[in-house]
Design a protein around this ligand. Structure first.
Ligand SMILES: Nc1ncnc2c1ncn2[C@@H]1O[C@H](COP(=O)(O)OP(=O)(O)OP(=O)(O)O)[C@@H](O)[C@H]1O
Ligand SMILES: O=C(O)C1=C[C@@H](O)[C@@H](O)[C@H](O)C1
Ligand SMILES: [Mg+2]
Length: 175
């Protein structure tokens, strides 16, 4: 049985790498943010706006328990998922959990790509976003580093190297 969960800060590449890894392993891919959006029929931003972060975290916790019980899957989490409730311990008990570790500089670069709305970064200037990443990453690192595997993705920072990331992941997971 293959059950792999990717965690890490916003922009680390959980969705990008997760999707590609699932395709290679021939198993379904679930992105927890997308799963929540489909189940709630609301975007993550709408949930934050309408219900607040605390309620979002409660929904996220419940939905994590749904997807982490599927068999033969790759799941990518939201950036904050491991940092609330007992989510990280629960994930470690259910799956091979991989922390995609990236420096604030690489995270910042990634967050400039794509057009995804990230409620926690809205309304911040580039400098404020940089400072926010450094400070929040320091607070979250103790949770992320509990993952039973860690892969540093700083050196794998371009599109062709996404394949190298997948190969490295398969090696450490022996999949
Ligand atoms: N190894 C990589 N090399 C180059 N670009 C990457 C790499 N990983 C991710 N990216 C790019 O960085 C951006 C953010 O990646 P992605 O959306 O997968 O991050 P995430 O961890 O899922 O973020 P979030 O927590 O906000 O959902 C994307 O545009 C993606 O193409
Ligand atoms: O880092 C976070 O706390 C978040 C990351 C996103 O994936 C979403 O789950 C949401 O925007 C919150
Ligand atoms: Mg994502």
């Amino acid at each position: 049985m293959t059950r792999i969960i990717l965690i890490g800060y916003m922009g680390a590449g959980k969705t990008t790498i997760g999707k590609a890894l699932a395709q290679e392993l021939g198993v379904p891919f679930y992105d927890l943010d997308w799963y929540i959006e489909t189940r709630m029929r609301r975007t993550i931003k709408q949930i934050f706006d309408e219900k607040g972060e605390e309620e979002f975290r409660r929904i996220e916790h419940n939905m994590l328990h749904e997807v982490a019980e599927f068999e033969n899957v790759v799941v990518s989490c939201g950036g904050g998922t491991p940092c609330f409730y007992d989510n990280i311990d629960y994930m470690n008990s259910q799956a091979q959990v991989v922390y995609l570790k990236a420096s604030p500089e690489v995270l910042y670069e990634h967050l400039q790509m794509g057009r995804r709305v990230r409620p926690l970064l809205l309304g911040k200037s580039p400098d404020e976003v940089r400072t926010f990443i450094v400070e929040q990453l320091a607070l979250r690192e103790p949770f992320y580093s509990k993952a039973n595997y860690t892969l540093n993705v700083d050196l794998l920072d371009n599109f062709t190297k996404i394949q190298t990331t997948i190969e490295n992941l398969r090696k450490i997971l022996e999949r």
